[in-house]
Design a protein around this ligand. Structure first.
Ligand code: PMP
Length: 448
């Protein structure tokens, strides 16, 4: 290691507390200095293909001049004004988001996915109060789902290891089993899914007393919790129950949105119309922080500001930052021009075919995915489905890294099931780079 690198690492260790890390004076985080396309370069000049697109958000890929330019131009013209008033990029983006969402939504801007979900929870509770049903305060989410790191969004998260030592969190959040066909308690031993997992949502609503339930929150695909795809008809069934019972449906698209699953949004694979869609991450392809809660117009219209508490009394300093909005507009234009959702679908199918061979590996329990979002569930043996240890997961991640490929797995989520390797490269990835991922992955499995 060259001397200069050592110095940067010392300074990093001294001053930075990294995500998911504790105190470790000998840690050696990767210090990334450059990025282009699907590749990142560390401080020593080592290049890695980023098979995770950052945190599955650099959907348009790294090194996009136009995005840097869009931020620069906006920062020069008008860098900041609070979103309590208006500015042009926020309006342009909200309009464009409506085209993308394919519905009639108003946009409530925020900074992170967690915060977008917090906003959604407040809107849901107050919406019911505006309707004369102020007793509706509970939220139903799924085990293994992830919705963020703040007290409300973490309460909604169904991952006990992420919550441990931080509880008690916000009250009023309940969980039901995820639609996990591979390990489903209702149907994995049957020839077909019986959608019992979806109906469980309604049973919980009834047991809890309908008059107390505000909303159901779901990710279209449980992303951070292990790439868990719902069976056909699941989301439609949950949406129908919500409609019947007046419970709002919040779809958390923070992980799945903006082409990741092969369509503009994950819920576009299903025949549902969410009441609130929360978005973030890939809206700017990670170039600047921005998130939002997109709220169905009928829900918004309940917030008539005539009464003292009729307004949504919620604001933040940076949400809808003009430069972030300008970057998002440009990012969505790039995605449209290059049809990145379509590319994600096509490459996803190619990836599925290329990975078929791995299904025969004794430690591969299941390979599942949609678009450029794939999970490979690793087991000790196919019969018992016993998840492999995190040591095995770390081994495969290290083998990939040594060959120049960055991948991750669902670490510290729910006990015993931190065994899903994740592939989520930039959607703008080249054919050659995708081939490199497949080749490297296959080689690393040979080392298990
Ligand atoms: N919801 C989902 C589905 C996510 O994947 C994430 C981030 N991993 C979040 C919410 C939280 O977003 P953020 O990290 O921007 O707060």
């Amino acid at each position: 290691m060259i001397e200069e690198t050592q110095e940067w690492l010392d300074r990093d260790r001294r001053y930075i507390w990294h995500g998911m890390a504790g105190y470790n004076p000998s840690a050696s985080p990767m210090v990334v200095t450059e990025a282009d396309g699907a590749w990142i370069t560390d401080i020593d000049g080592n290049r890695y293909l980023d098979g995770m697109a950052g945190m599955w958000n650099v959907n348009s890929g790294y090194g996009r001049e136009e995005l840097a330019q869009a931020a620069y131009e906006q920062l020069k013209t008008m860098p900041y004004y609070p979103i309590t008033q208006g500015h042009l990029p926020a309006i342009e983006l909200a309009e464009k988001l409506n085209e993308w969402l394919d519905g009639d939504y108003v946009i409530r801007y925020a900074n992170s996915g967690s915060e977008a979900n917090e906003t959604a929870f407040k809107i849901a509770r107050q919406y019911h109060a505006q309707n004369g049903e102020s007793g509706r305060y509970k939220f139903i989410a799924r085990y293994r789902g992830y919705h963020g790191n703040t007290f409300g969004s973490l309460a909604a998260t169904g991952q006990s290891q992420r919550k441990y030592l931080y509880e008690p969190l916000a009250p009023g959040f309940l969980h039901v089993a995820p639609p996990d066909r591979y390990r489903c308690g209702y149907c994995s031993d049957r020839p077909a899914c019986n959608l019992q997992c979806a109906r469980e949502v309604e049973r919980v609503i009834n047991w809890e007393l309908l008059e107390t339930v505000a909303a159901v929150i779901v990710e279209p695909i449980i992303t951070g919790g292990g790439i868990i795809l719902p069976p056909d008809g699941y989301l439609e069934e949950v949406a129908r129950m919500c409609e019947r019972t007046g419970v709002l449906l919040i779809v958390d698209e923070v992980g799945c949105g903006f082409g990741r699953t092969g369509k503009k949004f994950g819920y576009h694979h299903h025949d549902v119309k969410p009441d609130i869609v929360t978005i973030g991450k890939a809206m700017t392809s990670g170039y600047l922080p921005l998130s939002a809660a997109a709220v169905r117009r009928e829900v918004f219209e309940k917030f008539e500001g005539t009464e003292e508490y009729g307004r949504l009394r919620h604001v933040n300093t940076f949400g809808g930052n003009p430069a972030a909005c300008a970057v998002a507009v440009k990012n969505l234009e790039i995605m449209e021009d290059e049809d990145l959702p379509g590319r994600s679908a096509t490459l996803g199918e190619r990836l599925r075919e290329e990975l078929t061979e791995l299904k025969g590996h004794p430690n591969v329990g299941e390979i599942r995915g949609r678009g450029l979002l794939f999970g490979i569930e690793l087991v000790e043996d196919k019969e018992s489905k016993q998840p492999v240890s995190t040591r095995t997961m770390d081994k495969i991640i290290s083998a990939c890294k040594e060959s120049g490929l960055i991948l991750r797995y669902n670490r510290d989520t729910a006990p015993g099931v931190n065994n899903v390797l994740v592939l989520a490269p930039p959607l703008a990835i080249t054919d050659e780079d995708l081939a490199f991922i497949v080749e490297t992955l296959k080689e690393s499995f040979e080392q298990l």
